[in-house]
Write a protein that binds this ligand. Structure first.
Ligand code: AMP
Ligand code: MG
Length: 409
């Protein structure tokens, strides 16, 4: 087995990933499928909206000139939503109207039924009405030709609503990346499938990574774990590369004799951009490209796999989706006591956060071993502690990547 030829620094690795990652092409997708994606073009209003003057209430349409309190009106027609009245409103007349109904010709005010003697052939007006009362004017929401949504906007429920009001059945968005997730390791058993035999563990990485991919809004397909066998890995990765924009493997990428992933990638024609990053946890990370598809070989230790995803795969997916605004928030944190870093490389330390009068106080979640999956459930952020055994001093500002955005809101 090979040893690492050249370890690169974390910022250099991120730069290489992003330099080799490009926004995916735009496509038109049905409205609801656009959720979480970025609009690829400005969207214009095709017509004034609402398209016609209509009633904001249930009541009667009448002429404001007639509308003194105490006067009696004769009801000549009705105008429910979707069925404009056939008649127009003359002096002393009214048309029964419901919310969304077209304002009848001749009328210029709507009185709420609550301000009349009630529904009937005739009614008495209890309260004078002014011109324009309870009328929703055409175009008061948006005007034909207005840019209603800007390119780059993230499509969420309000954007879907607005596009629908304008009759858009599809939206032009940057395509969702297709990610194939694959674990490697002879010891791995599918959770829920059976009890473990000696030496076996359940595959957690592929599930964790699936969830991380979904959290970004990309599409993920999980394939069952490949054993530490070059042919099995080659078949699975080769198959994945046929359809995927991104292939994410875990395990088998370090320098052990059973670590076959990197060699297999190269055999498959993947061009290596780096293998080995000077940071903890996750030093053996591999990144390469083949025919425009990116390949990330994450280390097998579950914490390393998830942290490497956060630091490298997530920013790539966000960029592919045209969503560069959607990186994890970065904040300054401090520690109450000095933190050593004896690893000789940057340490992305799992910390919890607490707001104090001095800012965001970070505390290590405890032991930082890369197999400690439970530690991740306690982490609000990754504090980036630079190399050098002096680490950081008490109170010194340290950059942190916030994993749970809710904590800092
Ligand atoms: P490796 O990178 O293959 O040397 O694996 C490092 C450690 O992570 C070993 O203890 C593996 O058993 C463990 N590991 C590898 N893959 C997974 C996985 N998919 N789920 C959980 N643990 C794993
Ligand atoms: Mg392994």
């Amino acid at each position: 087995m090979q040893l690492f030829e050249k370890l690169i620094e974390h910022p250099e690795a991120v730069r290489l990933v992003l330099e080799n990652t490009h926004r995916l092409p735009a496509e038109d997708v049905p409205l609801v499928e656009a959720q979480g994606l970025a609009l690829a073009e400005d969207l214009e209003a095709r017509f004034d909206s609402p398209p016609f003057d209509n009633s904001a209430v249930d009541g009667y349409a009448l002429r404001s000139a007639d509308a003194e309190a105490g006067r009696t009106f004769r009801v000549v027609d009705e105008a429910p939503a979707g069925r404009p009245a056939a008649k127009s409103v003359g002096e002393g007349e009214a048309i029964k109207i419901f919310t969304g109904g077209v304002i009848p010709e001749g009328s210029d005010a709507i009185v709420m039924v609550e301000n009349t003697s009630g529904w009937g052939e005739e009614f008495e007006l209890k309260k004078a009405a002014a011109a324009g009362q309870n009328v929703r004017g055409s175009g008061e929401d948006v005007r034909e030709g207005d840019v209603i949504l800007r390119a780059g906007t993230e499509v969420g429920p309000p954007e879907i609503a607005l596009a629908a009001t304008q009759g858009y059945g599809t939206l032009p968005v940057y395509r969702r990346p297709e990610v194939v997730v694959l674990s490697t390791g002879t010891e791995l058993v599918e959770p829920g499938e059976r009890e473990l035999e000696p030496g076996e563990i359940y595959d957690s990485n592929s599930f964790a990574v699936m969830a991380q991919v979904h959290e970004v809004g990309a599409r993920a397909r999980r394939v069952s774990a490949a054993s530490d066998d070059a042919a099995a890995i080659r078949d699975a990765v080769g198959e994945a590369l046929r359809t995927a924009d991104v292939v994410v493997t875990s395990g088998g990428v370090s320098v052990g004799e059973k670590d076959l992933v990197k060699g297999t990638m190269l055999e498959l024609g993947v061009e290596q951009l780096f293998w080995g990053v000077k940071f903890k946890p996750g030093k053996p990370l591999f990144f390469g490209m083949r025919d425009g598809a990116s390949v990330f070989g994450l280390p097998g230790n579950p914490v390393s796999a998830m942290v490497c995803f956060e630091l490298f795969v997530r920013p790539a997916l966000v960029k592919m989706m045209g969503r560069e605004d959607r990186g994890r928030p970065r904040i300054q944190v401090y520690f109450e006591e000095a933190v050593k870093n004896s690893f000789g490389r940057m340490h992305a330390m799992r910390v919890s956060l607490e707001q104090t009068e001095k800012g965001w106080l970070a505390r290590s979640v405890g032991a930082q071993g890369s197999g400690l999956v439970s530690s991740l459930t306690k982490a609000d952020a990754l504090a980036l502690i630079g190399p050098g055994s002096e680490g950081v001093r008490a109170g010194e500002p340290v950059e942190a990547i916030v994993l749970r955005e809710g904590v800092i809101l």
